[in-house]
Design a protein around this ligand. Structure first.
Ligand SMILES: Cc1cc2nc3c(=O)[nH]c(=O)nc-3n(C[C@H](O)[C@H](O)[C@H](O)COP(=O)(O)O)c2cc1C
Length: 347
């Protein structure tokens, strides 16, 4: 096949570079790939790590709008954004417009630069109330919530939804129109309905349909695991951003790979195993520091289990790592275990 003429390549590249930067209100984002909020996963150490590896935005784990719950250690940790790169995104979940507005105000006073509203969580009840994706059944209430929160805070308010309550009641495009009308600065759509939970595959037709109703930043989400898929989904949906969740577990460098592919049109050289090991060890240290010894090693076990999936001898390494009872021996075992990667690479 003949290579395309030089001028064509250059204009293609100019287009992809232009696409790479986008905005959420006043915040310019340098690249299309963003981290998905994941309760129990996207704590501050993981968010900081993913930002370092190229995620343009790293929303925090959902926080209940019920302020009575905020004194718990879990909420206190979720509200800890010390030293986090800007813009800091706080995600709220709730169902009462005024309660959400008040929670948004307090979080802005504490330093939140974007408030994200969670209407995507599929749990039957979130904090004993119909919240999360259950709200998709009540478009009037959605409008009241969005209006109340947008009016309450001087920072951009963003919204994350699923495509509807169930496959017969997909209303992402109507919710997108409500979001547009209410001044929502960015809309993320996970291509599943509430009823789907995580079953089946995400679909992107609903996201594409919502594009026509929402003129500001649109983010496509669901089952994005490779750079080429990210490119296809951006092209198909007309979204500016792709949100990646589970594929970043054990592979936070996915943001580097996706963004480079979207920018350059080809994959970057794979990240050296030696560098992956450095990232993993640094991640462990930041978990011990953030959570302290007891919870630190437990949170580290979760991430190490995911990192082991990438390892040639993952099962036996996982067993060794899970058996470690304190952070020093867990860290040493990880250092030894993942060093094998580096040796394999050097061989
Ligand atoms: C463990 C876990 C926790 C999650 N917690 C949240 C959350 O706190 N807020 C939210 O909006 N979505 C949450 N989600 C949904 C993700 O943000 C995302 O929409 C979903 O995982 C689909 O993206 P993916 O296929 O890239 O993982 C969670 C998902 C997982 C797997």
């Amino acid at each position: 096949m003949r290579p395309p003429a030089r001028g064509v390549c250059e204009s293609d590249r100019a287009v992809s570079l232009r696409e790479a930067s986008w905005r959420i209100a006043q915040h310019e984002l340098a690249a299309p790939a963003v981290l998905a909020p994941m309760a129990g996963v996207t704590d501050r150490p993981f968010r900081v790590l993913c930002r370092r590896l190229g995620a343009a935005l790293t929303p925090a784990e959902m926080l209940s709008a019920d302020q009575r719950l905020w004194s718990s250690l879990k909420s206190q940790r979720r509200m800890d954004h010390a030293g986090e790169p800007e813009p800091r995104v706080v995600q709220l979940v709730g169902s009462e417009p005024q309660e959400l507005a008040a929670a948004a105000r307090v979080n802005v006073d504490l330093g939140a630069q974007i408030i994200d509203l969670n209407m995507g969580c599929p749990a039957k009840k979130v904090c004993n109330r119909d919240a999360g994706s259950a709200l998709l059944a009540d478009e009037t209430l959605i409008g009241r919530i969005l209006e109340a929160v947008v009016r309450a805070v001087p920072v951009p308010v963003t919204l994350k939804i699923r495509t509807g309550i169930d496959p017969n009641r997909r209303n992402a495009a109507r919710v997108a129109a409500i979001a547009q009308q209410c001044g929502i600065a960015a809309l993320t759509i996970h291509g599943r309905t509430r009823m789907d939970h995580f079953r089946g595959s995400a679909e992107y037709d609903s996201i594409r349909a919502a594009r026509a109703a929402f003129a500001r930043a649109l983010v496509a989400n669901g089952d994005i695991t490779t750079p080429a898929q990210a490119r296809k989904i951006l092209d198909f949906t007309g979204a500016q951003g792709v949100m990646i969740g589970r594929a970043a577990q054990g592979a936070p460098w996915i943001f580097r790979d996706v963004n480079a592919y979207l920018r350059d049109g080809h994959p970057p050289p794979p990240l050296l195993r030696r560098l992956q090991t450095e990232i993993i060890l640094h991640h462990l240290e930041s978990l011990y520091e953030f959570y302290g010894e007891y919870t630190g090693i437990r949170m580290a076990r979760k991430h190490l289990g995911w990192y082991c999936r990438q390892h040639v001898d993952g099962d036996s390494l996982r067993r060794t790592l899970m058996a470690a009872e304190d952070s020093a021996s867990q860290f040493a075992a990880a250092q030894r275990g993942f060093a094998q990667w580096t040796e394999l690479e050097a061989a």
